[in-house]
Ligand binder design. Structure first.
Ligand code: PBG
Length: 343
């Protein structure tokens, strides 16, 4: 194969297409050459592992739809955080399964709430990893929606803002370094920033789930977190997956409201948005490889249909290549282990 390329005039070469074949394969000959020219490298410090925290002590319940993942009691969650820190994983993001649920999602913001308990235990270990709280109400409300229900049956945006702000403050007080509002309520970043600042948590950062689509890929998570809506769906607040310009608008709003990190979710169906976000904004860009993205690779690997390690590495590498500097992934521990073994 030859391409008709002219040599630069200054070299004085009379390069015909024949004498200067373009041979990209030169740089693919050996593992060392391929490593030298590799454009995208994964590092454990850019990975964040989700943890599902449940009541009890010494309790570990596997999640059927997410091979290798489990709901953990707070003591075991702290142990798992220590293992992740040992592997060099950058952070953990906590989700809670409360003792009891009610219409307001009260346990999300109580001092003794399940996630707050886990944060205090993790903080006590002084681990070199970042602690992140998913700030939402759907795991805590008895109806499974991300905010209180208004008289007309829709989620009451401004009532949700009050609850989200209280929840973020409780999480910060318990030791979360970052709060990550994921309810897709209008104004949630501004409301949380104001509440954190007013309560003396000016140093607590906000990672905004800025672009969050109403995705079928959250299916396994809702089993794991027992947070499926009891009626209706989330399309009245999460975005239509068909919309990209709207996603950019949501991200711009969160920047204006004071977000410190922008998150795109889900990752694989949103690679275009990760790339556009990286291009348009100067904040760190995070992507969430969600439960369904994990489950489909893990399930195919279990059946021997895919090489799980290679497929997972390729998927996460693609997310980083698109522009994400932070990846939330259920494969964080596996990836960190594989990266260590490569060295
Ligand atoms: C809370 C929340 C969800 C996820 C992250 N935060 C569930 C949802 O929006 O339905 C999904 C994460 C995953 O699927 O791994 N609102």
């Amino acid at each position: 194969m030859t391409l008709d390329l002219e040599a630069p005039a200054s070299t004085g070469l009379t390069a015909s297409a024949e004498s200067r074949p373009v041979r990209p394969r030169r740089l693919r000959r050996t593992p060392a050459l391929r490593a030298l020219v590799r454009e995208t490298r994964l590092h454990p410090s850019m990975l964040v592992a989700p943890l599902f925290v449940q009541p009890g002590i010494g309790r570990r319940d596997p999640i059927g739809s997410m091979p290798g993942q489990a709901r953990l009691s707070a003591d075991l969650a702290a142990k798992e955080a220590a293992r992740l820190a040992e592997l060099g994983v950058g952070g953990v993001i906590l989700f809670g399964l409360p003792e009891s649920k009610d219409p307001l999602g009260s346990e999300a913001s109580t001092e003794g709430g399940i996630v707050q308990d886990a944060f205090r235990r993790i903080r006590a270990l002084e681990l070199p990893l970042v602690t992140i709280a998913d700030t939402c109400l759907c795991e805590y409300t008895d109806h499974g929606h991300c905010g209180p229900i208004a008289a007309d049956g829709s989620v009451d945006n401004d009532a949700a803002l009050v609850r989200l702000a209280e929840t973020a403050v409780a999480q910060a007080r318990a030791g979360a370094d970052i709060v990550a509002p994921s309810a897709m309520m209008d104004g949630q970043v501004a409301a949380i920033r104001a509440a954190l600042d007013a309560e003396g948590f000016g140093q607590t950062a906000i990672m905004a789930y800025a672009s969050k689509h109403a995705s079928a890929f959250y299916g396994p998570f809702r089993e794991a977190a027992d947070s499926a809506p009891a009626f209706g769906d989330r399309r009245g607040y999460q975005m239509d997956p068909a919309n990209g310009r709207e996603a950019m608008r949501e991200m711009a709003l969160d920047v204006a409201e004071g977000a410190d990190i922008l998150l795109v979710k889900p990752a694989l169906p949103g690679l275009d948005l990760i790339a556009a976000a990286r291009d348009r904004f100067d904040l760190p860009i995070a992507a969430y490889q969600v439960s369904g993205e994990f489950a489909m690779i893990a399930a195919a690997a279990e059946r021997g249909w895919l090489d799980g390690r290679r497929a997972m590495t390729e998927a996460v590498t693609g997310i980083v290549r698109a522009g994400a500097g932070i990846v939330i992934t259920y494969a964080a521990a596996d990836l960190a282990t594989w990266l260590r073994d490569e060295r």
